[in-house]
Design a protein. Structure first.
Length: 172
């Protein structure tokens, strides 16, 4: 198999951006979700609930590192990261979790949104997303991982548990 051409990469990038914008405007405000346990600057209750499920799937609680990808400290860090982005970039980033939330219903007609599925079904659906080989889904998984690269992996307690020296004189 040969690598994609420049034209294919541009088309896939445009398709991903279009999907993000459609997700934000089309399904961005559907559903009822529990309130966040902090006063967010960028996240809404819906996005927070989705990120909690996605974070606990990517970095489950009870592992070798402290907390989890869906814990309160990590969600607050994601909120702070998003709040500092320019509005256009924030809107695109906030659309990423919506594609995972409603992609279950769009991919498999009749299925419920991700956060309403039982935990085992959430795991199965997300594992399928992770194992997908099409470029659009791979780009979305890369965008999704960025949430935790800029939050969870930057936590001092996580870096200490990983044995990574703290940068720039930061103290625990």
């Amino acid at each position: 198999m040969h690598p994609p051409s420049r034209r294919q990469v541009l088309l896939f990038g445009a398709a991903t951006t279009a999907a993000l914008v459609a997700a934000w405007h089309g399904v961005g405000h559907l559903g009822a979700y529990p309130p966040l346990a902090f006063a967010p600057r960028a996240l809404g209750d819906k996005t927070g609930a989705i990120l909690r499920v996605l974070g606990d799937w990517l970095l489950p609680p009870g592992g070798p590192l402290p907390g989890s990808g869906g814990d309160l400290v990590t969600l607050q860090a994601i909120d702070a990261f998003l709040a500092d982005l320019p509005e256009h970039h924030r809107m695109l980033m906030l659309a990423v979790p919506l594609l995972f939330e409603h992609g279950t219903a769009l991919d498999r007609l009749g299925q419920d949104r991700l956060t309403a599925l039982p935990a085992a079904e959430q795991q199965r659906v997300l594992d399928e997303w992770f194992e997908a080989s099409d470029v659009v889904r791979c780009q979305l998984m890369t965008a999704l991982r960025m949430f935790w690269n800029t939050s969870y992996l930057e936590r001092t307690d996580v870096q200490l548990a990983m044995g990574i020296p703290l940068l720039c004189g930061r103290t625990a």
